[in-house]
Design a protein around this ligand. Sequence first.
Ligand code: ZN
Length: 153
Amino acid sequence: MTCIECGDELVSERAELGYQYCTKKRCQAKHHRGLAITAIGVNKSADTFIVGAQEEIRKRAEAGEFGKKDSGLGIGYRSPQAAAEVPSGSSGSVSRKIPARRPWTREQEKVVRLYNGMGLTPRQIVERARENTPKLGITESLVTKIMCSPPAR
Ligand SMILES: [Zn+2]
């Protein structure tokens, strides 16, 4: 993969995230606008990153293309009440309650967990996130908080 603006080679994670341009200021400025990254949980083991116009993603989601109601898009998302019903008799087991509202977005969590899954340290995650998804504003303390919390499912 090379940058569509200057022709420089793209780092592989950046290419995987769907970027077609590099991190140079002038390339960012020219192509940054209008694109949105949306992380979509396709199944339990893998996440797919799709880049596209929000509007198009919304339409495709409404058409059922992503197949899952809880797709991370916030579309057709059901209240967690049904999932929160834990059998009351199960003694000793730690009930996995739905956590209270998290101070970070699904996009931030997806990116942090993706990099964490690649074995990066919080500091490395922050560096990569700053380079690849600067708009998410991921900090080291945020990374730590996300990694210390159970995954949102
Ligand atoms: Zn470039």
